[in-house]
Design a protein around this ligand. Structure first.
Ligand SMILES: [Zn+2]
Length: 112
């Protein structure tokens, strides 16, 4: 197990994650991994809720379940942030992604 731990940690240093699946260990860039839909990520991580709930005798399932739900909410939050249109600030005319429908960008809003 020590060598697997070394491999996992070494790959992480290179920007990769290692996941254990049916076909053994798989290594992939984490930047690419997080681009896939949440179901794909949770499947690769073996943390789909339906899977997690089959390990109900191991208390580890509670946090695994929480991890799955957290990933789903974070993916939804990222999608919401990325879908925001850029709008021109009334004050400085910078094009910025507005968090709310304000007239000023966050930079100018601080000065008001
Ligand atoms: Zn502004």
């Amino acid at each position: 197990m020590k060598s697997i731990k070394d491999k996992v940690l070494a790959e992480y240093e290179k920007g990769n994650i290692v996941v254990a699946g049916i076909e053994g260990l798989q290594t992939m860039p984490i930047k690419e991994f997080i681009k896939q839909p949440e179901d794909g990520m949770l499947y690769d991580l073996n943390r789909l809720e339906s899977v997690v709930l089959t390990f109900i005798d191991d208390p580890k399932w509670i946090n695994d379940f929480a991890v799955a739900k957290t990933i789903r909410v974070l993916k939804a939050r990222i999608a919401a942030l990325e879908s925001q249109e850029e709008k021109e600030c009334y004050n400085c005319h910078d094009k910025v992604k507005m968090v709310s429908k304000g007239e000023f960008c966050p930079n100018c809003a601080c000065d008001q």
